[in-house]
Design a protein around this ligand. Structure first.
Ligand SMILES: NC(=O)c1ccc[n+]([C@@H]2O[C@H](COP(=O)([O-])OP(=O)(O)OC[C@H]3O[C@@H](n4cnc5c(N)ncnc54)[C@H](OP(=O)(O)O)[C@@H]3O)[C@@H](O)[C@H]2O)c1
Length: 168
C-alpha cells in the first residue's frame, strides 16, 4: 500500500504492481475519479468485508467524505440503506444520494428496526458504540491505519453475533 508498505505516491508518476492498479476510463474526469482512490476504496472495502447479503439492511454512520460514498455504494448494490447522521442539514442530501431512511442516533436506528451491517465512518468511538446495539450481524468499520480506536467495543456492547471488520 503506497505510503504504508512502500514509499511514494505524491508524484506525477509512480511504479506500481499491475494487479494493484485500476484503469480509469477516459470519460471520467480526474476530479471525480480521485476521491475513489482513497475515500471510495475505504468505503467499498468496508462494504465488501461486511459482505451484506441480498435483502439485508446496511446502516452508514457518519455522512462525511467516506460515508457519503458508502451510502451510494450500498444503494447501488441494491441494499436497503439507512444513513445515521447527527447533522440535520445533511438529511436532504443523503436522501438524494440514495438513503432509504435517515436517523440521528443508534437509538433511533434500533427503533427503526436496526441494521444487519453498520459501516462506521469517522473515528468517534462514542458514536460507534452508540450504534452497535442496533447492529444485527457485522460491524464494517471504516477506520484508517493511522487512527485506530484506542479501545474495542466490550462484549456488553456487541450483540451476540456481531463481529467487527476493518477497512482502510
Ligand atoms: N476521506 C478519505 O479519503 C479517507 C480515506 C481513508 C480513511 N479515511 C478515514 O475515515 C474516517 C472518516 O473520514 P471522512 O473523510 O469521511 O471524515 P469526515 O468527512 O470528517 O466525516 C466523518 C463524519 O463522522 C461524523 N462525526 C464526526 N465526528 C463525530 C463525533 N464526534 N461524533 C459523532 N459523529 C461524528 C460526521 O457525520 P455526521 O455529520 O453525518 O454525523 C462526520 O461528517 C477518518 O478516520 C479518516 O481518517 C478517510
Amino acid at each position: 500500500m503506497t505510503g504504508f508498505t512502500v514509499p511514494g505516491g505524491h508524484a506525477e508518476y509512480v511504479v506500481a504492481a499491475a494487479e494493484a492498479t485500476v484503469p480509469i476510463p477516459d470519460t471520467l474526469p480526474d476530479e471525480l475519479a480521485a476521491p475513489m482512490m482513497c475515500a471510495g476504496y475505504t468505503a467499498w472495502s468496508a462494504l465488501i468485508a461486511a459482505a451484506p447479503q441480498e435483502g439485508e439492511r446496511v446502516a452508514v454512520l457518519g455522512i462525511g467524505g467516506v460515508g457519503h460514498l458508502a451510502v451510494q455504494f450500498a444503494k447501488a448494490c441494491g441494499l436497503e440503506t439507512v444513513a445515521v447522521t447527527r447533522s440535520a442539514h445533511k438529511h436532504d442530501l443523503v436522501r438524494e444520494l440514495g438513503a432509504d431512511a435517515v436517523v440521528g442516533s443508534g437509538a433511533e436506528l434500533l427503533a427503526a428496526g436496526g441494521a444487519d451491517v453498520v459501516l462506521v465512518t469517522g473515528s468517534s468511538y462514542t458514536a460507534a458504540t452508540d450504534c452497535l446495539p442496533a447492529c444485527g450481524r457485522t460491524g464494517g468499520w471504516c477506520w484508517p491505519g493511522s487512527t485506530p480506536p484506542a479501545r474495542s467495543p466490550s462484549r456488553r456492547v456487541w450483540p451476540g453475533r456481531s463481529s467487527p471488520s476493518g477497512s482502510r
